[in-house]
Design a binder for this molecule. Structure first.
Ligand SMILES: Cc1cc2nc3c(=O)[nH]c(=O)nc-3n(C[C@H](O)[C@H](O)[C@H](O)COP(=O)(O)OP(=O)(O)OC[C@H]3O[C@@H](n4cnc5c(N)ncnc54)[C@H](O)[C@@H]3O)c2cc1C
Length: 425
């Protein structure tokens, strides 16, 4: 529809909740932010559009913590302990020996919800941020749509952990996408899971009518296959060419991904003689990148390569530059293989502070960082560190009644290190 009309409407929206700190988005970053703030005695609301917490880690089917899993802060330690309690994570090894620590992504939502409840975080699930009220750079209320309809939450400080900087964008602050203003994002990937059948089981039919058959392995998209507990595999396929911040484009990615999943499955059954049937597919496609906040500081690839350290360091990253080529669905990267490695580096608090905002921070994938810098810093271990940092910083801003850019970054760094975060480079 080309016609562009201006729709003005008014609605009575009750301000049903209020809290010291309101966190939007309940992925790893949002959960760690909310728990860190609540642990320090503040009232905290965590808003999540899905039915479960965890974001990419659960709804997206990503079942492995990349990077170093020790020294990521007290809240992440509790997540690990919670998974260990269920025997739902592989034993610890340092990052240098084990790139990714596999866990059970069906157990994680339970661990996360119990952690949030332990710290008295008020959870609002099935609740999607729709709008906000901003006065002079200060967010007063956010408006969300949940099962009860449109309602509002007032808060003193807000943390955007939507993975898409949705609150930053909705509030009118500057955001960025892609690299050098091109808006082209790293590709998405769909996670699906197959069950192994016995020899005499009948493999369910995969009809040809909605899929493009794959006849030889050169035509497969980038496909990664892992063990997924007994008699099962986790499979990840790359889907290129969509914009995760555009409704139609994201819808198209979901549709193409599910068709491609069947094509890939059929290929393995018919050409590689796998006795596989589809067990389940993650309900949302995995989004590597969307909008990012423009913060007080934009973390650069050069900072990572230099093993950068900052006075206001609040997180540390160790993972390589995982920049998948946005335009190619094969195992291709923006950088040559010998340029992917980076030494341990720090992330400053300023990259979590939204430029021009009085009371808005970000964590996780919303980080103020160059595209390729985020391709390292977006792994879940680092998201947990930035989450905990944003939670602690929001507490300080609430207690000192100051703008977020007035928070003493060195003090936040000290508090985090006392609480299990290792910043060493
Ligand atoms: C395919 C794929 C594979 C990956 N592999 C790994 C890996 O092996 N290991 C690793 O460590 N990392 C991996 N990553 C990266 C990592 O999973 C993510 O970067 C990380 O989980 C992001 O965490 P987050 O909390 O910032 O965002 P998300 O996990 O995206 O969470 C954002 C949350 O916000 C909610 N939300 C969004 N908008 C709204 C709204 N308007 N209102 C309310 N709630 C909202 C979402 O529902 C979601 O729960 C992978 C990523 C992808 C896509």
């Amino acid at each position: 529809m080309d016609q562009n009309i201006q729709l003005n409407y008014s609605a009575h929206v009750p301000v049903k909740y209020s809290a010291d700190i309101v966190v939007v988005g309940g992925g790893i970053a949002g959960l760690t932010a909310a728990c860190a703030a609540a642990k320090m005695g503040k009232s905290v609301i965590l808003l999540e559009s899905f039915a479960i917490l965890g974001g990419n880690a659960t709804s997206g089917g990503v079942g492995a913590f990349c990077g170093e899993t020790r020294g990521q802060g007290a809240i992440f330690d509790e997540i690990i302990t919670g998974l260990e309690h269920f025997h739902a994570i592989v034993p610890y090894q340092p990052y240098e020996q084990l790139e990714a620590r596999v866990f059970n992504h069906e157990i994680l939502p339970l661990v996360l919800q119990e952690l949030a409840l332990k710290y008295n975080v008020k959870l609002l699930l099935h609740s999607k941020l729709a709008d906000c009220v901003v006065d002079n750079g200060r967010i007063k209320e956010i408006i969300f749509c949940g099962a009860s309809g449109l309602e509002a939450i007032s808060g003193k400080n807000f943390i955007d952990c939507t993975g898409q900087a949705t609150l930053v964008h909705t509030a009118g602050f500057e955001t960025m996408k892609g690299a050098n203003g091109n808006h082209v994002q790293l590709p998405m990937s769909l996670m699906f899971f197959v069950r192994h059948l016995k020899d005499n089981d009948i493999i369910p039919k995969i009809p040809d009518d909605i899929i493009a058959p794959i006849k030889n392995c050169d035509d497969l998209p980038m496909t990664s296959i892992w063990p997924n507990g007994p008699h099962s595999n986790a499979i990840k396929i790359k889907i290129v060419g969509s914009d995760s911040t555009d409704t139609e484009s994201l819808t198209d990615a979901e549709i193409r991904a599910r068709r491609k999943m069947l094509s890939v499955l059929k290929y393995y059954v018919e050409n590689e003689n796998k006795k596989w049937m589809l067990d389940h597919c993650s309900p949302i496609i995995g989004i590597r990148e969307g909008r990012r906040a423009v913060g007080e500081y934009i973390l650069k690839v050069a900072d990572l390569r230099a093993g950068g350290s900052f006075d206001d360091a609040v997180a540390r990253g160790v993972f390589y530059l995982d920049g998948h080529d946005p335009n190619n669905d094969k195992r291709t990267y923006i950088l040559p293989h010998d340029q992917l490695h980076v030494p341990p580096y720090q992330i400053p608090l300023r990259s979590l502070i939204v430029k021009g905002a009085y009371n808005l921070l970000v964590a996780g994938r919303c980080l103020s960082a160059e595209q390729l810098a985020l391709s390292s810093a977006r792994v879940m271990t680092t998201c947990a560190m930035t989450g905990q940092a944003a939670g602690v910083a929001a507490v300080k801003a609430t207690e000192d009644d100051c703008a977020v850019n007035q928070i003493d970054g060195k003090e936040i760094s000290r508090i985090l290190q006392k609480n299990g975060a290792i910043m060493r480079t």
